[in-house]
Design a protein around this ligand. Structure first.
Ligand code: NZQ
Ligand code: ZN
Length: 388
């Protein structure tokens, strides 16, 4: 097992009818800003219910945080935080609203140009870089990203999507009431299952380091997602299926399965370029890239792919290579069974556009991806070509 340091201070409040906890954990007398997206939380009446729980606290709202949240939108919210002297933010929505709120928390009192946050990439933003940090909490309405229990975010700016992270941007608490997601369209549920699945494979399908518990936790999440994926889509108000999706998605990216193991975020980095250039939903880019990446990288990932085939898909027959081939096929079939496409061509992307994607990866410095840093631009080109 590799050395690791694990820090996660987020309180999880899970289950039905948990909104009352907001009153318990948001400081009395706080001036609260509720952030939300394009209006689903307004329409469902959730914002009104939250306002009621907040009681006499002073409350402002900032709506309109778009999917793949944009820097310009979030800077407007940061201006509101400063002008109104907001001291607590409540993010109500999916990964985009929560990520966007993390950025607002840092940008509101950032000492330099807030664009530096996006240039930091995987480097932590430290307390020394902000005059003060604005704390926030989340009410999750879409199980997918894990943003409700991690400290990272991804923000769209000009020519790309940029990740950032900071110990200051863990939610103080997150309310995970699966029934708040009953209004989700089917496609967002499929997206959620696939995003959580690929978060898990990015931390699992690398090379063995004898991290038995992390491996078994990852396998447990993958198997759970396979078990409950279809039910979540077919039965939009099945509470138990949704509860299992919520907790799987949270556990897939809260630091636990990634502790002490190598990680490979290449599927995500390539996927971000596709989202930015072609406007395809985050998880749908992952459904396209992961099967192709596993094919191209199957020699490097051989041992873990074999373990994946045997333990996640219960494949017992055939040679090692046959088992791996079948496991990759089952992965693709699973994504397709949820209604997602797994080919670039099915989304209208042409062979000549592979070059543009590779150029964007180059421009953003993603030239040495993978668990060993040996996934170069030619590897990405091969994956994108295979994904056509
Ligand atoms: O904006 P509203 O009106 O709320 O509608 C949203 C949005 O259109 C809708 N929605 C959310 N909850 C709903 C609902 N509609 C009906 N009923 C509800 N209960 O769903 C749409 C998509 O929302 P979004 O937040 O964009 O989806 P998701 O949660 O998949 O987040 C995707 C974003 O997260 C980033 C992605 O890059 C992308 O920007 N990621 C963040 C990560 C992290 N912080 O750790 C990791 C992930 O890999 C991911 O990269
Ligand atoms: Zn993701």
């Amino acid at each position: 097992m590799l050395n690791f340091e694990l820090y996660n201070p987020t309180r999880i409040i899970f289950g039905k009818d948990r909104l009352e906890s907001i009153d318990k954990y948001v400081p009395a007398g706080a001036h609260v800003l509720i952030t939300y997206g394009g209006g689903s939380a307004l329409k469902s009446g959730l914002i009104a219910r939250i306002r009621k729980v907040l009681g006499n606290r002073k409350v402002d709202e900032f709506g309109g945080i778009e999917p793949n949240p944009r820097y310009v939108t979030l800077m407007k919210a940061a201006a509101v935080v400063r002008k109104e002297k907001v001291d607590f933010i409540l993010a109500v929505g999916g990964g985009s609203v929560i990520d966007g709120t993390k950025f607002i928390c840092l940008a509101s009192y950032f000492k330099g140009d807030a664009l530096e946050i996006l240039k930091a990439g995987f480097r932590q933003i430290t307390p020394a870089e902000v005059e003060k940090n604005v704390p926030f909490a989340a009410v999750l309405t879409l199980p997918a990203t894990g943003s409700e229990m991690n400290s990272g975010g991804v923000i769209s700016y000009a020519h790309g999507k940029f990740p950032f992270k900071s110990d200051m941007t863990f939610p103080v608490f997150s309310i995970l009431d699966p029934s708040l997601s009953f209004t989700l369209p089917q496609v967002q549920l499929a997206n959620g299952v696939v995003d959580a699945f690929v978060h898990t494979t990015e931390q699992y399908l690398t090379y063995p380091v004898d991290a038995r518990l992390q491996d078994r936790m990852a396998e447990g999440i993958l198997q759970t997602l396979v078990e409950i994926g279809a039910t979540n889509i077919a039965e939009p108000e099945n509470y138990d299926a949704r509860a299992n999706l919520y907790w799987s998605a949270t556990m897939a990216l809260n630091g636990f399965i990634g502790a002490g193991v190598p990680q490979d975020w290449a599927t995500h980095m390539i996927g971000h370029e596709i989202t930015h250039l072609f406007g395809i939903d985050h998880a749908q880019t992952l459904a396209i890239i992961l099967p192709a990446l596993l094919e191209v990288r199957r020699k490097k990932k051989h041992a873990k792919l074999l373990q994946y085939a045997e333990r996640v898909w219960n494949i017992t027959e055939g040679s090692e290579d046959e088992k791996i081939t079948l496991a990759i096929k089952k992965t693709r079939d699973f994504f397709e069974s949820l209604g997602l496409k797994t080919r670039l061509s099915e989304r209208g992307i042409k062979p000549e556009q592979v070059d543009i994607l590779v150029e964007h990866l180059r421009a953003h410095g993603f030239t040495a991806l993978g668990e060993a840093g040996d996934h170069d631009l030619e590897t990405s080109r091969e994956i994108l070509t295979k994904a056509l």
